[in-house]
Write a protein that binds this ligand. Structure first.
Ligand SMILES: [Zn+2]
Length: 468
């Protein structure tokens, strides 16, 4: 073979480059190429919580798994009637593309959560929407199911809580958790025939809305046993982490797991007390392995639901631990998913009022007292007392005549509650924040998820990515 014959003609190189370019276009994914979607929602996980979790888990210069995703956007979360949203309309906006009123779950924009008298619904767990009060808005999960995909929802809260509820139910008030439970059960034909055989996988807490009246802890007001209804329809039903581990995904196509009468434990307590509840990562993995057997793909929603609850309680440590567990679930999912055809979205429904104060030294514990960069000594407020780096804009704790001297307090203790600005009284709950949140994404169809977007826009992007 002579040298000449080894040479590749220019036109061949050019043709090759063109082919590569065409291939790159294919790699960039056309609409409809997201066979699978995993939608991660960190409840209340505002930008400050992400930063604080990063410092807590991997240090200032480290990177959380969610931050390794290719694309980032800033999301506006206001609802139809409020500057500061609650989880119901915000998750509903992601799932349906409709801005609705606070407390409303996946209904039309005109749906009232309350009427002029303050009651547009029957209050409590049996809430029902009165006639002529809005119409259901179809969700991404329902659209995916109608297209033949398998669908699931995984959360650390009750599975009937606002965020998971917004993926599969329609109701004028989020408190109607018995109704929400019924809507997600097999045999439901209330709004969408596609979901009549139920969600394929549903994992989280809250059997109190599934077990018949009279059962310990039940909140139902009838004798319906929804857990029996699921099992009759062919579901495997588990109630412990050990039982979930034993579920063989190869032979399981329908899975219901309810692990605590109420919300599941905070991650900190789950570990500390060796509670037999699965981690969010373990639930995510099991859900994916069950759902991914469907050749048409799947839609899975995963919520780190109790980040929000710890922040409401101004207990930063539990919030950061739960946000860390949420990030672990994302890491697990990325290690299992076929990233060539799976759209990964990670976002939050709203912010909280937690903030990072002072000019603490790099390396100072994020749960610690803000200290001086040069001396390392605590920075002092006008009253001559030090303060923690993390504090809240408002909260339920009672104001003391004199602030505690936090240098003599273990501010990293599990039950330490950060100081708050506006006192909302006891018992009270820190409010959500009205600021924008972040959205991280990667995979087919994620290209438009950049810049500043309304939460409703995300619906259309994910829908198009799935080709629906
Ligand atoms: Zn909340």
């Amino acid at each position: 073979m002579n040298k000449q014959s080894n040479r590749i003609p220019n036109r061949v190189i050019q043709a090759g480059l063109l082919a590569l370019a065409a291939g790159a276009c294919v790699q960039a994914h056309a609409a409809g190429e997201a066979k699978n979607v995993i939608f991660f929602l960190g409840d209340g996980m505002g930008p400050t919580t992400v930063t604080a979790t990063r410092i807590y888990k991997v240090g200032e210069a480290g990177r959380l798994t969610m931050e390794s995703l290719k694309r980032t956007a800033r999301i506006k979360t206001y609802s139809n009637d409020a500057q500061t949203t609650d989880s119901a309309p915000s998750m509903s906006a992601y799932m349906t593309g409709v801005k609705m009123n606070n407390e409303v779950i996946s209904m039309s924009a005109d749906t009232k959560a309350s009427d002029a008298t303050g009651k547009g619904y029957v209050s409590g767990a049996d809430s029902t929407c009165p006639a002529n009060n809005g119409t259901p808005a179809v969700t991404l999960l329902e659209l995916a199911k109608a297209a033949g995909k398998s669908v699931g929802a995984v959360t650390t809260t009750r599975v009937t809580h606002a965020t998971p509820a917004a993926t599969y139910s329609h109701i004028c008030h989020r408190d109607g958790e018995n109704q929400i439970a019924a809507q997600g059960a097999p045999g439901n034909t209330l709004y969408n025939a596609a979901l009549k055989d139920g969600l394929d996988v549903l994992l989280g807490g809250g059997p109190r809305h599934y077990l018949p009246q009279g059962t310990t802890g039940s909140k139902r007001t009838d004798t319906t046993d929804l857990t029996a209804q699921f099992q009759t329809a062919g579901y495997t039903y588990v109630t412990t982490g050990t039982a979930l581990t034993a579920v063989n995904p190869a032979t399981t196509t329908k899975l219901l797991g309810l692990f605590n009468l109420d919300h599941m434990n905070y991650e900190l307590d789950r570990k500390k007390n060796n509670v037999d509840e699965p981690s969010l990562a373990d639930m995510t993995e099991k859900a994916m392995r069950v759902l991914q057997k469907n050749g048409k793909g799947y839609f899975l929603m995963v919520e780190g639901g109790r980040i929000d609850h710890a922040l409401h309680g101004t207990n930063a440590k539990r919030a950061l631990e739960d946000a860390g567990a949420f990030d672990e679930a994302i890491k697990r999912a990325l290690s299992i998913a076929d990233l060539s055809n799976t759209l990964i979205v990670v976002t939050a429904d709203h912010d909280h009022t937690m903030t990072i104060n002072g000019y603490p030294r790099k390396g100072n514990p994020i749960l610690g007292v803000s200290n001086d960069i040069k001396t390392g000594q605590p920075q002092l407020a006008a009253d001559g007392l030090p303060y923690t780096t993390l504090v809240f804009g408002n909260g339920g704790t009672t104001r003391k005549a004199t602030r505690d001297n936090v240098t003599s307090v273990d501010t990293a203790a599990d039950d330490y509650l950060q100081e708050v600005g506006v006192q909302l009284g006891t018992p009270g709950s820190e409010t959500h924040g009205g600021g924008d949140v972040m959205l991280f994404s990667s995979g087919p169809g994620s290209t438009p998820l950049k810049g500043t977007l309304d939460n409703t826009k995300v619906f259309g992007v994910v829908k198009t990515a799935m080709g629906l």
